[in-house]
Design a protein around this ligand. Structure first.
Ligand code: ZN
Length: 202
């Protein structure tokens, strides 16, 4: 069987964590050991991922931006696992995505990355560019993220002090900085509330 490199994406609050818990459960029930990786930049939940019910799963590798997955030590660790799952994969560096792909292809360990497709400007994250390019399989998760107008939300708009904005840092974690919040919006509302009237070219 081909051990695939898979990228699943959804909007924020789209039910990714629920899917990750489900997937880990399914694998472990079949006796497979799962290595769970999370980029350290996502400080929410510390070295755990937490689902809506408040259940926690400790991550195996809490990966900082400068860390490589191709060190001897990490490669040795990874060979103890039959599955690799990555949460918040949009926060990896493009290099780390390439490292995961190399591990997948050289060691035949299946890798499933979960993350966001686009940032608050409606543009791909650097990691997502690599994920879309390298993945054997790409899937959009059935989202339960609904825009205020009732349509499915596909965009993650940023609000600072209650106002939508196209500006500022790409990475500001929801809830950590009190003035910043992210709001899932459909394409039409993203255009009307965030983009319209702004200089959106390039
Ligand atoms: Zn809408």
């Amino acid at each position: 069987m081909q051990q695939q490199f898979i990228f699943y994406f959804s909007a924020m609050k789209g039910g990714k964590t629920t899917r990750i818990f489900q997937r880990i459960h399914d694998f472990e029930e079949n006796g497979q050991r799962v290595c769970l990786i999370k980029p350290k930049i996502d400080t929410k939940g510390g070295n755990c991922i937490i689902n809506r019910l408040g259940e926690r799963k400790e991550v195996t590798i809490f990966l900082s931006k400068t860390e490589s997955l191709l060190t001897k030590k990490k490669e040795k660790l990874l060979t103890n696992y039959q599955q690799i799952i990555v949460d918040e994969a949009q926060f990896l560096t493009p290099k780390q995505v390439e490292q995961l792909w190399i591990i997948n292809k050289s060691k035949n360990i299946p890798v499933t990355c979960f993350g966001l497709k686009s940032n608050f400007q409606g543009k791909l994250f650097p990691a997502t560019t690599r994920l879309l390019a390298l993945a054997d399989k790409i899937g959009e998760l059935d989202s339960n993220s609904i825009c205020k107008c009732g349509r499915l939300a596909k965009f993650n708009a940023k609000k600072v002090n209650g106002k939508y904005t196209l500006f500022g840092d790409e990475i500001e974690i929801d809830g950590v900085n009190k003035e910043t919040e992210y709001v899932p919006l459909c394409g039409k509302c993203f255009y009307e509330k965030v983009v319209k009237g702004e200089n959106y070219e390039n």
